[in-house]
Design a protein around this ligand. Structure first.
Ligand code: PLP
Length: 415
């Protein structure tokens, strides 16, 4: 009889500790298919925990385009872009995305996570300085760490602190790295001010547009469009967008001046050493962009749904920040209470995600609600009713949001 390897006990202890602190992650119930509403255990639930903001993942035109690409091109790209994997569909999608983002060149990546690792790893070198926002997405945090550059994260939105850090002498180049729409708070980076900072300090900006693409700006082109910037403002801007959120597919892209593409093709390891995106995914993304172009009402609709839900929850007295992004954070505080609240809402037919540390700082657990353009007003009324009932049952559950949780920044910078 073999003895249990010693490593097993150490992990079981760690997992038990997470469970005691209400921080253990578990997979939610598997769905037959995603959508604005789902059936689970014979009941219909309103889905507020996905990123398919425009409902494009099941749009008939998108599905048909994907199916046709499989029949005509195949199931796989069969290799890296630098080997046999470079298909006409890759280059066509890159051209479509460059037009959509109104930038010089686009380079596809396997996912947003890989794109962030790739772009930071390729462009930032040892000796450079990176300043980031404390609430940046984990893939940016991992990406900047891997560069070996000097990394500092400032308090959320603290451009004054960024200014001071960028003013320090630096032997290499300076980089500002932020989310365009913050994934857990749903607020926006002040891109015009960041580009201004960049110009003053001879820095470049890497902007993660995962939750901005297809969602903000009058036609869904993202932060640049939202803030009314034009081509002349884009010299210092490198955008990372994803295909797996509002575009309803999978994969990611870097939209930037032409020189960036040349560097990525030569230096970005997740681009060079990984199989290129498959035909179905490429064709689906092209068609999703075409649907978006044909129906700009999609974007207006998701923005209107977001305003509706934010306003209705705020009217109940819940401190939901105003805004127009479809990511609606409902503050809670302790992790166990966020889990409890999510479970009770589920019983009332509303599927929401409890977000806990380490995704958010300790004491700032919350529910993250995401609306879609294909949520009907009556679906969102059901959501509001569920919150109203909880409020009547338990009274206010949120603790005063404390924007200063010093430990998260220290942990981030301890590289
Ligand atoms: C989802 C997300 C990513 C990762 O993108 P994937 O394509 O899912 O790997 C990167 N950045 C942000 C801000 C995200 O929300």
């Amino acid at each position: 009889m073999s003895r249990r390897p010693a490593v097993v006990g150490s992990f079981l202890e760690e997992l038990e500790d997470l469970s005691r602190r209400s921080l253990l992650r578990k997979l939610p119930d598997a769905l037959e298919a995603p959508g604005p509403l789902v059936r689970l255990d014979g009941r219909e639930l309103v889905v507020l925990n996905g990123n398919d903001y425009l409902g494009l993942s099941r749009h008939p035109r998108v599905l048909e385009a994907a199916a046709r690409a499989v029949r005509e091109v195949g199931a796989s790209s069969t290799g890296s872009r630098l080997l046999a994997g470079n298909l006409s569909l890759h280059e066509a999608l890159e051209r479509d995305l460059a037009t959509f983002k109104r930038c010089e060149a686009v380079t596809l990546f396997g996912s947003g996570y890989l794109a962030n690792l790739g772009v930071l790893g390729a462009l930032v070198r040892r000796g450079d300085v990176i300043v980031g926002d404390r609430l940046n997405h984990a893939s940016l945090i991992d990406g900047v760490r891997a560069t070996g550059a000097h990394v500092r994260h400032v308090r959320h939105g603290d451009l004054g602190a960024m200014d001071r850090l960028l003013a320090a002498p630096c032997e290499g180049f300076r980089w500002i790295v932020v989310d365009g729409v913050f994934s857990m708070d749903g607020d926006l980076a002040d891109l015009p001010a960041l580009l201004d900072l960049a110009a003053r300090h001879e820095a470049m900006v890497v902007l993660d547009e995962a939750h901005a693409t297809g969602v903000i700006g009058p036609t869904g082109r993202g932060s640049v469009e939202h803030h009314g910037l034009t081509a002349g403002d884009l010299d210092r801007l490198i955008q990372v967008g994803t295909l797996g959120k509002a575009l309803g597919g999978y994969g990611a892209f870097v939209a930037a001046p032409a020189w960036v593409r040349e560097v990525l093709v030569n230096r970005a390891r997740p681009f060079i050493f990984s199989t290129a995106l498959p035909p179905a995914v490429l064709a689906a993304a092209r068609e999703a962009l075409a649907v978006l172009g044909d129906d700009p009402g999609l974007v207006a609709r998701v923005q209107a749904r977001a305003v509706f839900l934010r306003t209705a929850l705020a009217d109940l007295g819940i401190p939901v920040p105003p805004g127009e992004t479809p990511i609606v954070p409902v503050p809670v505080g302790p992790a166990d209470r966020a889990l409890d609240l999510a479970a009770r809402l589920r019983d009332s037919g509303v599927l929401v995600q409890a977000i806990r540390p380490p995704t958010v700082p300790p004491g700032r657990s919350r529910l993250r609600l995401t609306v879609r353009s294909d949520h009907e007003e009556r679906d969102l009324e059901r959501v509001v009713t569920a919150f109203r009932q909880e409020l009547a049952r338990t009274g206010p559950w949120w603790r005063d949001p404390d924007p200063e949780v010093p430990c998260s920044g220290k942990e981030l910078d301890a590289t």
